[in-house]
Design a protein around this ligand. Sequence first.
Ligand SMILES: Cc1cc2nc3c(=O)[nH]c(=O)nc-3n(C[C@H](O)[C@H](O)[C@H](O)COP(=O)(O)OP(=O)(O)OC[C@H]3O[C@@H](n4cnc5c(N)ncnc54)[C@H](O)[C@@H]3O)c2cc1C
Length: 496
Amino acid sequence: MSRSGLSRRALIAGAGAAVVGWNTAARAWAAEPGAGVAELPALEGTVTLAGEGLERFSGDFGHLVTAAPRAVLRPASVRDVQKTVAFAARHRIPVAVNGQSGDAAALGAAGLESHSSYGQANPRGGIAIDARGLAAVVSVTPGRAVVEAGATWAQLVEAGLAIGWVPPVLTDYLHLSVGGTLSVGGIGAAVQHYGLQTDTVREVEVVTGTGELVTASRERDRELFEAVLGGGGQAGIIVRATLALVPAPERSTVFTLAYDDLDAYLVDQQRVLATGRFDLQVGNVVRSADGGRWRYTAELVAYGAAGRAVDREALLAGLSPVVGETRVVEQGWREYAFRVDAFAGYLRSAGLWGLPKPWLSLFLPASTAGVFMREAAALLTAEDLGAGLLLFYPYARERVRTPLAVLPGERVGWHFDLLAFPAPGADVAGMLERNRRLYERAVQLGGKRYLIGAVPGMTGADWARHYGGLWERVQRAKRRFDPAGILAPGQGIHTS
Ligand SMILES: Cc1cc2nc3c(=O)[nH]c(=O)nc-3n(C[C@H](O)[C@H](O)[C@H](O)COP(=O)(O)OP(=O)(O)OC[C@H]3O[C@@H](n4cnc5c(N)ncnc54)[C@H](O)[C@@H]3O)c2cc1C
């Protein structure tokens, strides 16, 4: 251990920056010990204080917000997280976990990033915690997995498949950190049966904003459990989670149904939802072949056993898609689960992954979803979407039991998810303004935003309106579990 209390590895990682502590008056790292210099804690992991290592944590997938952190911690233990958070709390230094997710096998460490769109994981000049430091799948047994928060859903799926058990709800893209998606909610095509990924959590280990390590579940420390799931990282850092697993299906039969008429699409999707006849249910708003208008496609998946065909007629009974355009593809369960990888590879090779992406993610009540979609369809152009996707599909509110998953009150809601990959030179500022307008309109129509995505200009009043009756509870949890107010400032929830 060095004289400063930092581990040798930490000093080496911060090459050129022989920091000994934090100057409390100047609010900056100090190179010399002295009065007013608080010594940094000794750590098993590494701390990067200068150079390229900070650059990688300055932005995120959205490429809209950039701000270099003061330091990056790559923890080697939960103790590292606890010590760093306790130190930061004493000195009021902001801290945020950065998911550093992505396809590590395909991209290497340099390709990892926070998959936030608008600086949500940015510590705004504070300390970024690299989630890859704690990223192991600890155990996988029938019905249950224990993972460190920096592990990705892809890692968990691979480990689970080895014993024939998988998470019941998956995000569309699997290379996202478990801790990151549990902090926002985690919606996927199985929401109609199992709710959000947060609804599949049995227990979490959390480092609170004071550095205390707490094991929380529905039975134990429930207030913290409910404050961190979908809580945007405001009440604590999830370091480990125990998750439900279900038996892995063998085959996925994927039905793609086309609609020219929005009303027919709304009716059919809600009919499918009401009967629960498919295992997965999503849908897309797509350009017509001539590029002149929007169309709708329902993407519905039935699981089955290898060698046993699903009853196509029964699954499609009573639905009215465009005749002759229904496509049916049968594939292995794993192939469908990893379906976005090939598309992501294309977007990267086309140079679109690294450009600004003003994503917008909303939830509408069923009673106004059609009104909203019609207005959005009139507003949005092919350029707005670029090479991306616009998801639009219903979910059953009752399946989502996570208290902080803020959704419209109606029994059925619609997820509107503009996952734009605009071309180089696109009017990104204009697109952000458009996001704000669409958000305002959604709110007028009883809608809510998802914590992910880019909605500019969120004020304290917006957040109070967003949380509604939960606002008091959200503020109380912040005061109780993060009294110094240092955690995840990039969400803007308590700092706007
Ligand atoms: C290509 C792509 C596809 C996506 N598909 C889906 C999808 O299908 N469904 C869906 O719901 N979302 C989806 N998302 C959004 C995704 O859920 C968010 O980006 C989410 O933030 C996870 O990303 P991350 O793991 O990189 O975490 P980050 O973006 O780095 O972190 C998200 C927030 O949580 C905080 N945080 C991160 N880890 C922790 C932790 N362990 N404890 C406490 N706080 C933490 C961060 O500080 C930040 O505030 C997608 C995003 C992309 C880019």
